[in-house]
Design a binder for this molecule. Sequence first.
Ligand SMILES: [Zn+2]
Length: 407
Amino acid sequence: MDKKEMMRIFEETAYVHTGGSPEELRCAEFLIGRCRAMGLEARLESFPVQTAEIRRAALRADGEEIPCTGYRCAGSARIEAPLYYLSGDDPVSLAACRGKIVLVDGHVGYWKYQDLLSNGALAFITCDGDVNAPHFDVEQRELRAHFGRDGKLPGVNINVKSAFDLVRKAPGSVELLLEQEEGEGQSRNVVLEMPGEIPEALVFTAHYDSSPLSIGAYDNMSGSVGLLALAGHFAARPHRHSLRFVWCGSEERGLLGSKAYAAAHEAELERFVLNINLDMIGSVLGRFIACCTSEEGLVHYIRYLGAELGFGVSARQGVYSSDSTSFADRGVPAVSFARNAPKGAGTIHNRYDTAALLLAEHLEQDIAFITAFAERMADARQCPVSREIPENMRQELDYYLVRKRRK
Ligand SMILES: [Zn+2]
């Protein structure tokens, strides 16, 4: 695929396509069409996801309306209660949540949410953006399914400037209103299989869904384009290992596509020798990284390969917040490749994530390196990466997948 063709894909997918939406399906069909144009038959694999249609979301303090977006899948409620700003996660700060609408800094992660629940909070307010950029769009967030297992708290998201003003004003009480219709819908993975000489398979992944405010060029049409280029490359070339290409849906909603794929293909997992995941490549600024959820040996291999080919790569062991995690958690060694933009030069999950963040030459170079790595793995007599996930990585997976809480 040449540079022009790659850049055209960003134009043709420049619309918001969140997991489970009709636009996600449109994007999936686009990818299938691109495969077909290369003579390759990809197919859809659907999986269920929670859905929500927000009817109304409002936050009022002393009669004044504060702009907000409602948390999807967080129930419906109208609550008037005292406002409490939770500034820390110590027991004293947490105990004061009882009976309050609680304002928290930034996001509410799994453990913070459990703290809010167990300390008797009635609802929560998160914030987003920069105090000096009050016009920054307020992200549309959702309460992930596993958060709400033990109870749903209604929540809204506001600009951090509004949070600033709220704490300054210290209103007696606030009113939070959230009305939505919740249900179940479908999201999809796009799957392409390419048999090799042996049944042992490499699984390539890249998520193609975007987050609600974003058309997701950098995060992650860039990786999706990379996967298309890899598919085109291997289609025209014999390879020893079998290959799977999975464009994952609903990654932004909690790696749902890769989790669904790994669960649906459980019987084949033992034949999967390595997962190669692409999430955000080709940025104008930023360093190229390889995050290996595997034995340390793969880290060294990638460093050596970078040296051999004259390509700068920072390789390390770790758990990357992307679809590679779903495979590693089931015992398939995984590596995520990305070009990590520095702060301010690659803002994602908002309207600024467009093709303007990307450089066609970097995209091409990143894909060339990943292809060189993938070729060696695909043609290996035997995949050199140990099929074991080492203890330190299993522990990191426990933290990432919230089975264990970091002390
Ligand atoms: Zn991503």
